[in-house]
Design a binder for this molecule. Structure first.
Ligand code: SF4
Length: 198
């Protein structure tokens, strides 16, 4: 048994990541992965992210969800995109649509019995969570993978896989370290031709 508690309010998010942490750099042309900081993570499916965060959607996300039979009014807060201030790139904005929440509970409309109803085609932000990617100006081939304090979930820590497994009584094979995180995100980028959400 691990000791991760379910977060019910944004103020309860853990404070061990207090500033942006660069996990590493992916070279999209060569596939080289460079780890910068040791981060470990295992999703515990608390679904706190589906209840506590505003989820941005790219245009590709909207089209993909629509293709699976959902109407815009069912999953978009507004049919127009909004500008969202970047959390990882100072002074930058991203244009995005906002995923609709259920009234009163404030959880995502696709969350049902603590499971994502659209898991196979969920938004790229949900696939990436709790990580973000930043395309640095001047070098189109490279993206930096980051974890930032406002997006952080209880299951991501600044330590090695071994330390994580020992501290939280986890199977070491179930924990992702920085290298596996970079590999996972590189695969996502290749599969989805990701539009960056900073
Ligand atoms: S789409 Fe799925 S993963 Fe994303 S917030 Fe909604 S329920 Fe959670």
């Amino acid at each position: 048994m691990n000791n991760f508690k379910v977060i019910t309010k944004i103020e309860e998010l853990p404070k061990d990541i207090i500033e942006n942490v660069e996990i590493g750099i992916i070279n999209l042309r060569t596939g080289d992965l460079k780890v910068i900081n040791e981060i470990s993570f295992r999703c515990h499916s608390t679904t706190a992210c589906c209840r506590l965060h505003t989820i941005p959607l790219t245009e590709n996300d909207v089209l993909r969800i629509e293709k699976h039979g959902y109407e815009l009014f069912q999953f978009l807060k507004e049919t127009s995109p909004v500008l969202i201030l970047s959390k990882i790139k100072k002074g930058h904005y991203t244009k995005a649509y906002i995923l609709k929440k259920k009234p009163f509970s404030n959880e995502c409309v696709f969350l049902e019995n603590n499971k994502c109803k659209i898991h196979e085609f969920k938004p790229i932000a949900c696939k990436l969570y709790p990580f973000s990617i930043r395309r640095d100006e001047g070098d189109e081939d490279k993206v930096t993978v980051i974890v930032h304090p406002e997006s952080v979930c209880t299951s991501v820590k600044k330590c090695s896989i071994k330390q994580y497994a020992e501290k939280f009584n986890e199977d070491i094979n179930e924990v992702m370290g920085s290298k596996q995180i970079l590999e996972f995100i590189y695969d996502l980028i290749k599969e989805n031709e990701v539009q960056t959400i900073d």
